[in-house]
Design a protein around this ligand. Structure first.
Ligand SMILES: N[C@@H](CCC(=O)N[C@@H](CS)C(=O)NCC(=O)O)C(=O)O
Length: 252
């Protein structure tokens, strides 16, 4: 039976309408795929921009080309969900897709680089030495760094004394850099990433004093780090995480 012109027009416009709705569905689906799926799959990193441990974890994630959902934490008001995962309450904390939790920066770095290590930061011949240097950084150097930075809270010694104690580590780094571009080799290794945020923090306690010290190689190494695109990216500012907010991918 022949339909009237009006009916044909009605059917035609319905067909075009459903086609558009269908296309729109596909497009929204693609947007969801693009924006939601990686979020759902990406591990969650609880981080604090200025924390040197979190900094080295973010750097390793960037060098390893791993994407995470970043949740910027306010240390005075840590999210309950983070404390439930890691009651010790330090950042960084990484929650993987399978629910497991990595709560030490060095382990996050190792996890990231085990996923992918395009810069060969974990080349086998340097791993042992890198671990030793990072261990020294995290124990002795960090101890003197905290006292140097907050000398008023530790009146047993003067700030100058604390700086001299910390400088023992800096001297070691300077001599390491005498015959190579980086701390363990002519290429970057895990050691450079693991130690860098702490040397930066030390340098920034009294910037002019640091750059006047007799450590030209170390100063050059630090300057190069501060200008490194991945370090700049690692220092991107994020607003504190709110449980109801949409996931924020890092790198974005
Ligand atoms: N050993 C830990 C140390 C992490 C750490 O001490 N982070 C500091 C911030 S830089 C922290 O979260 N402190 C807890 C607080 O201030 O409440 C690691 O390597 O991840």
């Amino acid at each position: 039976m022949l339909s009237s012109g009006r009916e044909v027009w009605h059917r035609l416009s319905n067909a075009v309408g459903s086609l558009l709705v269908g296309q729109f569905g596909i497009i929204t689906g693609m947007i969801n795929l693009q924006y939601r799926q990686p979020c759902a799959a990406a591990p969650v990193l609880y981080s604090f921009r200025r924390c040197p441990y979190a900094m080295r974890a973010r750097l390793a994630l960037l060098f390893a080309q791993q994407t995470v959902q970043l949740r910027e934490v306010v240390l005075k008001n840590k999210p309950a969900v983070m404390l439930a995962l890691s009651p010790k309450g330090t950042v960084p904390v990484l929650q993987l897709g399978d629910g497991s939790v990595i709560e030490e920066s060095l382990d996050i770095m190792r996890w990231a680089l085990a996923q992918s290590d395009p810069y060969n930061l974990l080349r086998p011949e340097v791993v042992k030495q890198a671990n030793t240097l990072i261990e020294q950084n995290d124990s002795e150097f960090k101890y003197w760094l905290d006292r140097y930075k907050y000398a008023d809270r530790h009146p047993e010694l003067s700030q100058h004394e604390y700086r001299l104690r910390g400088e023992e580590f800096l001297q070691q780094l300077e001599s390491r850099l005498a015959d190579k571009r980086f701390l363990l080799a002519d290429e970057l290794t895990l050691a450079d990433i693991g130690v860098m945020p702490f040397v930066r923090q030390f340098a920034h306690v009294e910037r002019d004093t640091f750059y006047a010290l007799p450590y030209p190689k170390l100063q050059q190494w630090l300057r190069a780090w501060l200008e490194h695109p991945l370090f700049i990216q690692a220092m991107t500012k994020y607003s504190p995480w709110q449980p109801e907010q949409l996931p924020v991918l890092f790198p974005s």
